[in-house]
Design a protein around this ligand. Structure first.
Ligand SMILES: Cc1cc2nc3c(=O)[nH]c(=O)nc-3n(C[C@H](O)[C@H](O)[C@H](O)COP(=O)(O)OP(=O)(O)OC[C@H]3O[C@@H](n4cnc5c(N)ncnc54)[C@H](O)[C@@H]3O)c2cc1C
Length: 378
């Protein structure tokens, strides 16, 4: 029997109290935990993975962006650095622990080693990240057709090369980076297929794989996968200006792996369960839980940060995490109003800076839309 002071036991299920529970130890959750803990908030950080870092732990490439946001370092290094900081600040970490429930009264249901418990939290930061989108076409359920992120996990985390002859569907950053990492691991990438007439990821990533001989087939799509036990062929076709297949341009490629990299969407099941209001913002991944300018959701005391509040990058996830961390500390009276306001406005300026340029400006206006829509419910 294990009862902490102020905790209760219900028929073998333990209910623990916490000031702040952060769900998800990716860059967003880690930064929220660190900043809140620095302001003397007692923080419990929960993640279903066995280690911290979220997406970062499978990113072996050097990050792009500014030095201030740790560009030049590899994702795994950034994850380890943030975890060390969190531990130094006294954050209580619970890895291998899935949050199965989040209720509007800020009770968090957790599952660890077949044991179900609940945590009654004063505040919650939801930082559960994103899910990969799928794409349905004839044959899409054949073995070895998988999300590009899944292939990346197999190669970079488990050191298993899932195929030798690969077609990647989607030329965003995920598709391009995974193509490069599969090449590095010894696979042959036969093509990256892109439905739009242009590459959608950063040119720097596209150039790298083109230099290694990978054709990026723009205005092309996959129409069918063929195979018996496993995928054996991918049929790709050229598209006209209305995105319709052009007859006679079909090509069969001999493959043993197809990676789907057609975007991500927020992992928002817990947000739905807690009755948070959503808005439809396709630029950031579809249905997104709304938040205000300090990342508070439409349920008071539940905050959001990172990809769950709109698909962006690790740099913005970290800043949103800090924002949520400061806002939580302010709401609990752990930091003076003026000190919190100063820090919050510094982070907000950083976010505006990160959301500039050809790849950022649309994210700034989409975030603005989320905040405005939040205002209509508040
Ligand atoms: C291939 C690829 C390359 C990328 N390269 C870059 C780059 O170079 N630069 C850059 O800035 N960004 C890059 N990104 C984007 C970046 O990784 C993400 O935007 C960032 O990781 C989002 O952070 P997050 O904390 O919101 O979510 P995540 O990193 O996804 O972390 C979410 C965490 O929540 C946990 N979790 C989810 N649900 C539960 C639950 N119910 N219970 C417990 N735990 C849960 C997960 O296990 C995970 O650890 C890349 C992404 C990919 C896929």
């Amino acid at each position: 029997l294990f009862v902490l002071s102020g905790d209760a036991e219900y028929g073998g299920r333990r209910e623990v109290r916490a000031q702040l529970v952060v769900i998800g130890a990716g860059p967003a959750g880690l930064c929220a935990a660190i900043e809140a803990a620095r302001c003397d908030v007692e923080v419990t950080l929960v993640d279903e993975n066995q280690k911290a870092g979220g997406q970062l732990f499978k990113q072996i490439h050097r990050f792009f962006g500014s030095e201030e946001h740790l560009a030049g370092l590899r994702g795994i290094t950034i994850g380890s650095m943030l975890l060390k900081e969190a531990e130094q600040e006294g954050v209580k970490t619970m890895f291998g622990t899935a949050a199965w429930g989040l209720f509007p009264d800020k009770t968090v249901g957790i599952l660890k080693a077949n044991r179900v418990d609940t945590i009654r939290a004063d505040r919650v930061v939801l930082a559960t990240g994103a899910l990969e989108n799928s794409l349905a076409f004839p044959g899409w359920t054949l073995p070895n057709i998988m999300g590009a992120g899944a292939a990346q996990t197999l190669v970079n985390v488990h050191r298993v090369l899932p195929g030798q002859r690969v077609v990647i569907v989607g030329s965003g950053n995920v598709g391009l980076i995974v193509a490069y990492q599969l090449l590095q691991a010894g696979a042959e990438v036969l093509a990256v297929v892109e439905v739009l007439p242009r590459v959608t990821g950063y040119q720097v990533h596209a150039s790298k794989i083109v230099r290694m001989g990978v054709p990026i087939l723009c205005s092309h799509s996959i129409v069918r996968a063929i195979g018996t036990e496993c995928v054996e062929k991918a049929e790709v076709v050229r598209l006209d200006e209305d995105s319709k297949p052009i007859g006679g341009t079909e090509r069969l490629l001999d493959v043993d792996l197809i990676c789907i990299a057609v975007g991500l969407r927020p992992m928002s099941e817990l947000a739905r369960m807690a009755d948070l209001r959503f808005g439809y913002v396709p630029e950031l991944g579809g249905h997104i839980p709304l938040h205000d300018e300090t990342m508070q959701s439409t349920v008071a005391g539940i905050y959001l940060a990172g990809d769950v509040s709109g698909i962006e990058e690790a740099s913005t996830a970290m800043e949103e995490g800090k924002l949520a961390g400061f806002a939580v500390a302010r709401s609990l009276g752990r930091i003076s109003q003026s000190a919190a306001d100063r820090r919050i406005s510094t982070v907000q300026s950083q976010l505006i800076m990160l959301r500039q340029g050809p790849y950022g400006a649309f994210r700034q206006s989409a975030k603005q839309k989320i905040i405005e829509e939040y205002g209509s419910f508040a």
